[in-house]
Design a protein around this ligand. Structure first.
Ligand code: MIG
Length: 672
């Protein structure tokens, strides 16, 4: 059951697709108070209660013990003390032992804070604005609550099948030679690869929807040459549009009034990579249509995938506040400064970036209604992505286009996926990425993954290897890193054969992973789940923070610590341990319910198969280059059952959008 409460005059976010009757009775799940600041919800948590959800946030699967704030922020330091990252996913489930569990979703595009037992260990308090919609969801189980929520918010985005292949990215591939080198680096070593990403350097002076003609003299030709090799080029699009005379996007946007305005009705000026920019007002339907239409030009060059960046929107500084800051700093010149003044001066400059003041100083024209940005801050990236997705519907209605975004809000999950932003080459961030996956899935975001190997800092070979072993399971399996870090394409490391094997295991598992993704998307289920979702009666399962269910058959238990040659694993029931160094070197062993220490050499991945379940493993050609070479593969099976076991496949061409016909599902019975 879903109960809906409406407060004030909420802004329509488009988060949900199902209309539900408003409820007038007092909500029974949490205490509701109306304060000056807005709506406050609070409830008691028993010691054994567990809180799941909130999507892209730091810390564990169980969110208890900290305050998480939905306030989209470009922050490359995903440390434990961070309250906000790029996305705002205001849905959580309180899993209770003594009383019925429930889910709560706060549909408010402004700032929402979730104090999940930080102020008081046994209290949860959620504070939202005065104008919002709040849903409470009751159900038979955690899975059921999550599923009802997903029905409410609509079907998750489905990526083309090639986007389930291995993908390589790096900020710093600047020209076509760099792209060709990356491709041949993989091809020469027989490492499968489906996509190469173009970061901001491909553009001319960071101008959206341009390609630097010197670095890419024949862009369409390159895209075509790449397609022939089974490679998709995926360019980045940034939110800010460069202010430059003669640049058509800028000129058109100004002429049509499609950029966000300041208080005086002039185009708001921020600075991001292109220098000074205006932000397209993607909350305005016409502006959204206009901006989305601009993707067409790249699609005509043969592009069929995009990543939308900097759409919190990130603002390095705004013109106006920079001026004020300069004046203040200059006024200090020649004065005898004490240390307080010195630190204050430093803070003036540092405070310019992503300043809440800036977010309060520009406006959207929401189809006739002027809305200050901070009230709708968390749906900006969502609407930039919606702009693109709506355009793709027109430009390429019968084909899926790869699309994912950095900033997001629930509702955007119907239009694209996300990547988890600028993590670091830290072991703790490998664990964080494992923990983020189920939380994101709960909020509808299925097409997702982290920057494998870590974006910032230098990746070491062992970290890269372990991260890849987890990346095998994430729908988005992309290796990405920032400028100036150690090169981390897998062939840069010594054990190239080991990396090749792990990536080939991904392709071997693809029929399973893709089938499970499609089941999750089409049936509103979670592809990644915390153990408690599958084993609700097992009190220990709810305590496990570093294992995750992947589809119906697999429990992943990745090694995520430095120098470890194995790990402790908890099995909620008897399971089949699968160890793989490669598709050929594989062993299976039955393990009993309970705690185990399982060895796993650095180049060896381990995972578990649930009882009564099976999974197909594609038999791959030794020269397999990309998913394009996977038509008509045959399968072998990994199966754990005492008798025959059934598995249901989803098979389609991986590109068209006609998802539902019954013949795409195929039931196979495997003799256990
Ligand atoms: O300010 O485009 O998260 O993936 O490589 C940094 C450069 C801008 C942030 C993205 C990252 C990307 C980088 N971008």
């Amino acid at each position: 059951m879903i109960y809906k409460y409406v407060f004030g005059k909420p802004i329509e976010t488009g988060a949900f697709v199902m209309e539900i009757q408003k409820n007038e009775q007092e909500p029974k799940w949490m205490r509701l108070t109306k304060t000056e600041a807005g709506i406050l919800l609070s409830c008691h948590m028993d010691e054994s209660d567990v809180v799941y959800g909130l999507g892209e946030q730091v810390r564990g699967m169980n969110k208890r013990g900290f305050t998480y704030v939905s306030d989209a922020l470009d922050d490359p330091d995903h440390t434990e003390d961070r309250h906000s990252l790029y996305g705002s996913h205001n849905f959580l489930i309180l899993n209770r032992q003594e009383q019925p569990s429930f889910g709560v979703f706060v549909d408010d595009p402004g700032r929402v804070a979730f104090d999940v037992g930080e102020t008081k260990l046994d209290q949860m308090a959620i504070s939202a604005g005065s104008d919002c919609v709040i849903y409470f969801i009751e159900g038979e189980s955690l899975k059921d609550i999550a599923k009802q929520f997903r029905k409410l918010i609509g079907r998750s985005y489905i990526a083309p099948k090639w986007a389930f292949g291995y993908q390589q990215s790096r900020w710093g591939y600047v020209n076509e030679q760099d792209v060709r080198e990356v491709v041949s680096g993989h091809r020469e070593r027989g490492i499968p690869l489906d996509a190469v990403y173009l970061d901001i350097d491909y553009m001319e002076n960071y101008k959206d929807f341009t390609v630097d003609p010197e670095k890419f003299p024949d862009f369409a030709g390159l895209a075509c040459e790449m397609k022939d090799q089974g490679i998709h080029l995926v360019p980045i699009i940034d939110a800010g549009v460069k202010i430059e005379e003669g640049y058509s996007i800028y000129e058109e946007g100004v002429e049509k009034g499609y950029f966000c305005k300041d208080e005086d009705g002039k185009e708001f000026v921020g600075a991001v990579w292109p220098g000074k920019v205006h932000f397209p007002d993607v909350l305005n339907a016409k502006a959204r249509e206009w901006f989305g239409g601009k993707y067409r030009w790249l699609m005509e060059q043969g592009i069929d995938g995009f990543w939308n960046d900097m759409n919190e929107p990130a603002i390095f500084y705004s013109e106006k506040r920079m001026q004020e800051a300069m004046e203040e700093v200059l006024s200090m010149k020649g004065k005898n400064m004490d240390l307080h003044a010195f630190f204050h001066m430093k803070d003036i400059m540092l405070g310019l970036t992503n300043s809440p003041e800036d977010y309060k100083s520009f406006y959207h024209d929401m189809d006739g209604v002027r809305v200050r940005h901070d009230r709708v801050h968390n749906i900006y990236g969502y609407n930039m992505t919606k702009a693109a997705a709506e355009a793709f519907e027109k430009i390429s209605p019968n084909q899926r286009t790869l699309l994912f975004s950095r900033s997001s809000y629930i509702g955007m999950h119907r239009y694209g996926g996300i990547w988890t932003g600028d993590n670091r080459s830290w072991w703790s961030h490998l664990l964080l990425s494992i923990q983020q996956m189920p939380a994101l899935n709960m909020c509808g975001i299925l097409y997702t993954g982290s920057d494998l190997g870590g974006f910032g800092s230098d990746a070491t070979e062992d970290l890269m290897m372990r991260w890849m072993q987890f990346g095998v399971f994430t729908p988005l399996m992309r290796n990405h890193a920032t400028l100036g870090t150690r090169r981390q394409e897998v062939y840069q490391f010594e054990n190239q054969e080991g990396f090749r094997n792990i990536i080939r295991i991904r392709y071997g598992l693809l029929p399973y992973l893709y089938s499970e993704y499609m089941k999750a998307a089409l049936c509103d289920e979670m592809y990644f789940r915390p153990l408690a979702f599958d084993y609700p009666k097992d009190a220990h399962a709810a305590k496990v923070e570093d294992q995750v269910m992947v589809g119906e058959s697999i429990m992943a238990a990745p090694v995520y610590t430095q120098n470890a040659t194995g790990r402790y694993v908890y099995l909620p029931e008897d399971m089949l341990l699968v160890r793989m160094k490669s598709l050929k070197e594989k062993t299976c062993k039955r393990l009993e319910k309970g705690h185990h220490y399982v060895d796993a050499a650095l180049d060896e991945m381990i995972f578990f198969v649930k009882k009564g379940h099976a999974l197909p493993l594609a038999v791959l050609d030794n020269n397999l280059k990309s998913t394009a070479d996977m038509k008509d593969v045959s399968y072998e099976w990994i199966c754990f059952g005492d008798g025959p076991v059934e598995y249901v496949f989803y098979e389609d061409d991986g590109i068209s959008k006609n998802y539902t016909p019954q013949e795409k599902w195929k039931k196979v019975t495997i003799e256990g």
